[in-house]
Write a new protein. Sequence first.
Length: 160
Amino acid sequence: MAHTLAGGRTFLFGEQLNQLLMQGDASVHNPGLWPCLSGPALQNGCSAQDLPDLNAQFASVASRLGTAEEGMPDVEAHFRPLIATENLREAMWAYVEPIFQQDYPDQPGPYGPLPKPFWGSAMTVATGMLFNTMCKVMDTRVAMTIILQSAIFGSKIIEA
C-alpha cells in the first residue's frame, strides 16, 4: 500500500516490506535488522522484555507522517538527530554509493562494485556495528528506537 506525502514522495506500507526489513532475506545473506540489533542488545544486558515492540515502532513512524515530526525518531529531544532521517540519508548517500560501486575519483576500488542485491545486507551489517557503538554512550533501548524508526522511515520512502 502506498501513501503520497508532501512533495510527491511516496511512503510504502505492507507486512512483506516490514518482514524484509526486520527479518532479512537469506538468499542475499541479509540477516535483517532485528537480529543485528536484538542480539547485541541482549549481550549488553537488556532482557527480552526490555526490547522495543516492533509494532509500536512501525506505528510511531506512521503516526508522524505529514507532521513536523516526520522522519524523526520518537525519543526525548536531547537524543534526536539534528536532521531528519530523509535528509541524513540523502547527505550520506554521496559517501556510501561510491563505496558500494567501488568508484573513486583517483582509481576504481580493488574488488569491483558490490552487486545491488547485497546493498541491504551491507547496510544492515554496518547498522549493527553502529548500534554497538551507540550502546556505549546511551541507553540500549533508546539506541534501538533511533535506529529502528530511522530505518523504517528511510526504507519506505520513494522519491518523486
